[in-house]
Design a binder for this molecule. Structure first.
Ligand code: RB5
Length: 149
């Protein structure tokens, strides 16, 4: 199950990404928003992020104008590694090296075709593990308030 959410700037892009999820036969849960009426993006990012953090959803995709607001908000939820991506290479690395469990994109920054390509890469690329696992563990230790070294 994929969690998906957006603010008012990204409703159209969310529909495009949902069409991709349908095409990929990936079930999703849509946490809104569904209209272009102005909303506060942290509310929607939080809903998707909590669904991923709880294990209800395996991964999440959050969308706003720049992708920044939703990524910042999602990353405040314990257990979330949300990658803001505007290119395919970063999307691939976000999975291989960072084991990102959420993807953020900006509907005012990239077009729907690039966004769908990025989402497909994010959803189909595995974590490489090895030395990258140690580094991801270090990120999560920071979340626990630990000091590295
Ligand atoms: C909404 O105007 C805009 O601030 C939001 O979509 C997002 O870009 C915030 O980071």
């Amino acid at each position: 199950m994929i969690a998906i959410a957006c603010d008012h700037t990204a409703v159209e892009l969310k529909k495009e990404i949902e069409a991709l999820l349908d095409e990929m036969n990936l079930p999703y849960r849509d946490f809104g928003t569904d209209s272009t009426a102005s909303v506060d993006y942290p509310v929607f990012a939080e809903r998707a992020a909590r669904a991923v953090a709880s294990g209800e959803c395996e991964k999440g995709i959050v969308l706003c104008g720049t992708g920044l607001g939703v990524s910042l908000a999602a990353n405040k939820v314990r257990g979330i590694r949300c990658a803001l991506c505007g290119d395919c290479f970063t999307a691939e690395m976000s999975r291989q090296h960072n084991n990102a469990n959420m993807l953020a994109m900006g509907a005012r920054v990239i077009g729907p075709e690039l966004a769908k390509r990025i989402a497909r890469i994010f959803l189909t690329t595995d974590f490489a593990g090895g030395r990258h696992a140690r580094r991801v563990d270090m990120i999560m230790a920071l979340e626990e308030g630990k000091t590295l070294q």
